[in-house]
Design a protein around this ligand. Structure first.
Ligand SMILES: *Cc1c(COP(=O)(O)O)cnc(C)c1O
Length: 501
């Protein structure tokens, strides 16, 4: 197998780097407009106070130069439309283009959130029905679509759990049990809501053992925050037993349902005793994401927590949809308006296109794909939890470390083979974790190419470790100081930095 340049537009460039960015030629313009013939009108520049003095000379380019510049830059990026994006816990599935078309229908995209209710009936209907589908999928009885991301859904859930206990005069119930494999947002949301995060250990099979929660079953217990399947890609087989124990001790059960890809159409969290969960529409229900948004993290709740949902709630009488504000126990508003509506349109289109059978098939296929990859890699990589997995599998670098090769090296070398690296070093409980989630979108052929690349890298690690250690060799950017890049992100090209930012 040959390495391939994942950024084809960057290869064979005849330009020097600075020339790619330095295209300005004095006097060049991007459009030809007729002379101003609007007599009596004059347009002055704004007041000096509003003009930036530090800009010396805007680029002067023609339209063609401009189009080529941005097209070239866009091709230096990797995306799910270009190749497999196996980031575990991110569910980077293919996002059908029809969803984009639908979310751009002017009736949706130009409906102002302040439009009067009688003129927004179509949008309200869509949200009402989407909430109904999410109730069906989660097996829970009420939904709010307001949270703008998974983490905000968690916060909503934790605020509702807190409000429930306060309403029962149980203000001492603050402990929330969170497994050590949880996503970092879980303890953060819990603490933001005024509760206390208590870390509990996963068992040697990667699952939660009911025994470990026993010491915490007392009247300080607020609840548990479980992820299912957990971030090791393993189904929590004791979920229903644990829910019973938590309920008997007076606590509530939160499920982090960011990744519902393996469950939908097969298992309803409500049947496992879950009281509240969030659902990442931008993962499971298809919306382009990454790079910070946009997201949508609706919360679904059981009867117990329904009175605490954020307001307003969309309701329906015989003839119309309306907003219900009169809910005295509500935790209040979480979003200026209704949430990220365009993401909801995509999720609605996705669910309606697939139907109940299609939704189930997605879950089955994503599980099959992850297990296919896990089995093909079983001999070449160490599997810390070798059981059947759900929508994602976790390997690590244990077999490669004897040659001085780390997970980071493997991830970087994958780029030379044209793949976006998987999630690395997460979950934290697996040393050197490599977490792969192919989703249902990838064909057997695509997965075979990915598997082949990893098998090659495992061989290279033994036979030619230097090439792996010094990877990536082909992409535009080599190894970055990722911490520095995250802390001190510079997105503007300047001449002396030669485009390295
Ligand atoms: C992605 C994810 C989250 C957070 O969702 P955001 O929309 O990024 O806030 C929480 N938990 C798990 C398990 C996730 O994978």
């Amino acid at each position: 197998m040959n390495c391939k340049d994942p950024f084809p537009a960057a290869s064979g460039l005849i330009f020097d780097e600075p020339l790619i960015f330095k295209r300005s030629v004095p006097g060049r313009v991007g459009c030809s407009l007729p002379e101003d013939d609007m007599e009596g009108f004059s347009f002055d520049l704004p007041d000096d106070r509003y003009l930036r003095q530090d800009i010396h000379g805007m680029p002067e380019v023609c339209e063609l130069d401009m189009v080529r510049h941005y097209t070239r830059l866009s091709q230096w990026n990797y995306s799910v439309d270009l190749g497999m994006y196996p980031l575990g816990s991110c569910t980077m599935k293919y996002n059908p283009k029809v969803n984009e078309e639908l979310s751009n229908i002017p009736g949706f995209s130009q409906c102002h959130p302040h439009s009067p209710i009688h003129l927004s009936q179509g949008s309200l209907k869509l949200m009402f029905e989407l909430a109904d589908y999410l109730k069906e999928i989660s097996g829970l009885s009420a939904v709010s679509l307001q949270p703008a991301a998974g983490a905000q859904g968690e916060l909503a859930g934790m605020l509702m759990i807190r409000a429930w206990h306060l309403n029962n005069n149980d203000e001492q119930r603050v402990n929330v049990l969170i497994p050590d494999s949880a996503h970092g947002t879980n303890p953060a949301s819990c603490v933001l809501a005024g509760l206390k995060a208590v870390e509990i250990k996963s068992g040697s099979d990667g699952r939660l053992d009911p025994e470990v929660i026993k010491p915490w079953l007392n009247d300080s217990l607020a609840g548990i925050m479980m992820t299912n399947p957990n971030t090791l890609g393993i189904f929590e087989t004791h979920a229903d037993t644990i829910s019973d124990m938590i309920h008997q001790a007076g606590g509530l059960v939160y499920m982090d349902g960011a990744n519902l890809n393996a469950l939908m159409g097969i298992v309803k969290p409500g049947d496992l005793g879950v009281d509240v969960q969030h659902i990442n529409l931008h993962k499971t229900f298809s919306t382009p994401h990454g790079g910070g948004g946009p997201g949508s993290g609706p919360v679904a709740v059981s009867d117990k927590l329904a009175p605490f949902l954020p307001i307003p709630i969309i309701e329906k009488d015989d003839s119309r949809y309306f907003l219900q504000w009169d809910r005295p126990l509500s935790i209040g508003r979480l979003h200026g308006f209704f949430g990220n509506f365009a993401v909801m349109v995509r999720a609605y289109a996705y669910i309606r296109t697939l139907g109940p059978e299609g939704i189930k098939k997605i879950a089955q296929t994503s599980i099959l794909n992850a297990n296919y990859i896990q089995e093909q890699l079983r001999d070449a990589f160490h599997l810390p939890y070798p059981d059947v997995c759900k929508h994602e599998c976790v390997l690590n670098d244990q077999l490669q470390s004897q040659y001085g090769i780390t997970t980071m090296d493997i991830a970087k070398r994958l780029m030379d083979y044209g793949f976006h690296p998987p999630t690395v070093y997460f979950p934290l409980i697996v040393q050197g974790a490599i977490m792969i989630e192919p989703t249902e979108s990838e064909s057997r052929r695509n997965m075979d190419q990915f598997i082949n690349a990893l098998l090659h890298i495992a061989r290279e690690a033994k036979e030619n470790p230097e090439i792996v250690k010094s990877a990536p060799h082909l992409p535009k950017m080599k190894r970055l100081d990722e911490t520095l890049a995250a802390r001190n992100l510079t997105l503007r090209w300047t001449e002396d930095e030669q485009g390295d930012t």
